[in-house]
Design a binder for this molecule. Structure first.
Ligand SMILES: NC(=O)c1ccc[n+]([C@@H]2O[C@H](COP(=O)([O-])OP(=O)(O)OC[C@H]3O[C@@H](n4cnc5c(N)ncnc54)[C@H](O)[C@@H]3O)[C@@H](O)[C@H]2O)c1
Length: 429
């Protein structure tokens, strides 16, 4: 039984509509609802009565200082404490700062005390590591299941609960609650660091006349580094990395530690999200010349296979182009409705349902998300639609020399000669 405070969401889910795009999820939810195995409610009492195990999976957005806002997590704790009529295992699945499970326990204790109730509970930290776009596979075949539990009963309950997804080999790692909470932040901070690191290398490669794609393959072949998460691009976005990196910096500060490296990861990312606009403005001879120009955007979601646009780099670019007086024509395979919801109808934003018609009359194409269908497009068709053969590729999808041989002006990330070589290097040659 899934409970959400948003009654409209619950109504939609009951009729089999999933309120966001996630491959395979709509079918799975429909099957669950039809068979009766899956129920949705906005009645907290019913949800608490339903299960011995209560998962808290509500949002933990940043507060005004960048720390994780725990109000939703704690209000669910209040609600469990005020409704429970039997012992419970309360599992915190939301990404929460170290020490939150203890706060949840305190709230449960005081809600129970207020009712004069003596029901027992245990609080478990069980952070979620699934990736949007591959959520079902990641959930069903997890690399690891982190269980932070101090009591034996809670560990046994979690082992039983996960046994279906834990058959091939034991993926459960038991640890103390605080370590489990920290593992999630450490994992996200590490992944975000890899992205900011490769973007920093890409920015250097441009200035040094090197090709970041060659460098990427060169370093990725080292198993200590690996190929994952070292793709240069427009910076990381989404609902997790930006907020979790920020929250970790805040948590560190609260215990008297300045997390210099994590702060740099965030700063490099913020700068990276703005670099594409600078490059476009540079091409056109300065920002004032962008007024009245039209840009076609391919990809709006923060990554492929999702319609999630939270903190998406496309939004930073889109807003900069708008502020400069340009018109944006945009195409995304699944995120157009979300774009409309975020920006509304406006004359300088034209949403197109086709990747070629979006190019009609545009002065350049800008690629923001690496959807599969952008990897091998019909370049001849594209030329007939664009005002001039000009691509700004934020995801390094194409081979620069091939495009240039075909008459395109092609900018990408970290691949010379996007920027003129510094004089010192020219002279050495
Ligand atoms: N999205 C991901 O891929 C992902 C991956 C790993 C971890 N997480 C973590 O999971 C948590 C949730 O993320 P999300 O992306 O699903 O957030 P979300 O904001 O999309 O969804 C949160 C839901 O909680 C509901 N809610 C808020 N307060 C409530 C209450 N008191 N009672 C019942 N429902 C309530 C909201 O209506 C909303 O539907 C976050 O802590 C996030 O960091 C998310």
């Amino acid at each position: 039984m899934c409970m959400d405070a948003d009654a409209a969401k619950i109504a939609a889910l009951r009729s089999g509509q999933v309120p966001f795009f996630e491959p395979g999820l709509t079918d799975m939810v429909s099957r669950g609802v039809e068979s009766g195995a899956l129920q949705f409610t906005s009645d907290a009492g019913a949800a608490v009565a339903h299960g011995h195990v209560q998962f808290i999976a509500v949002g933990t957005p940043p507060d005004e200082n960048g720390a994780a806002d725990l109000q939703h997590v704690l209000s669910v704790a209040d609600s469990i404490g005020s409704h429970m009529e039997a012992s419970k295992v309360v599992v915190v699945k939301s990404t929460v700062p170290v020490g939150t499970c203890e706060k949840v326990a305190e709230r449960l204790r005081s809600a129970l005390a207020a009712r004069g109730s003596g029901h027992a509970f245990e609080v478990v930290s069980n952070p979620e590591f699934l990736k949007e776009g591959a959520a079902i596979a990641d959930f069903q075949k997890p690399d690891r299941i982190i269980v932070g539990a101090n009591g034996e009963h809670a560990r046994e309950v979690m082992a039983e609960l996960y046994q279906t997804f834990n058959r091939n080999h034991d993926r459960i790692m038991y640890m103390d609650v605080r370590s489990a909470e920290m593992t999630k932040y450490a994992a996200n901070a590490m992944l975000a660091t890899k992205i900011s690191f490769i973007n920093e290398m890409a920015n250097l490669a441009e200035r040094l006349g090197a090709d970041i794609e060659a460098v990427r393959r060169g370093i990725g072949s080292d198993p200590r580094i690996g190929y994952h998460f070292i793709y240069p691009g427009l910076g990381f976005g989404g609902s997790c990395f930006p907020k979790d990196v920020q929250a970790l910096v805040r948590t560190a500060r609260e215990v008297g530690y300045e997390a210099e490296m994590i702060k740099a990861v965030e700063a490099v990312n913020d700068r990276q999200k703005r670099r594409m606009f600078a490059r476009i403005a540079g091409h056109f001879g300065g920002e004032p010349n962008l007024r009245g120009k039209t840009f076609a955007l391919w990809g709006l979601s923060f990554k492929p296979n999702t319609d999630d646009m939270r903190e998406a780099p496309s939004r930073v670019l889109l807003e900069q182009l708008h502020a400069a007086g340009a018109t944006v024509r945009a195409f995304d395979p699944v995120a157009l409705d979300e774009t409309l919801r975020l920006y509304g109808e406006r004359p300088d934003l034209v949403l197109c349902r086709d990747k070629y018609s979006v190019l009609d009359g545009a002065d350049a194409l800008v690629i923001c998300t690496e959807w599969q269908q952008f990897r091998a497009p019909d370049f001849e068709e594209m030329k007939t639609r664009l005002n001039s053969p000009l691509i700004f590729d934020g995801r390094n999808l194409y081979t620069p020399q091939r495009l240039r041989d075909d008459g395109w002006t092609y900018y990408s990330i970290g691949r010379a000669p996007a920027f003129p070589r510094p004089q010192a290097i020219e002279q050495q040659r």
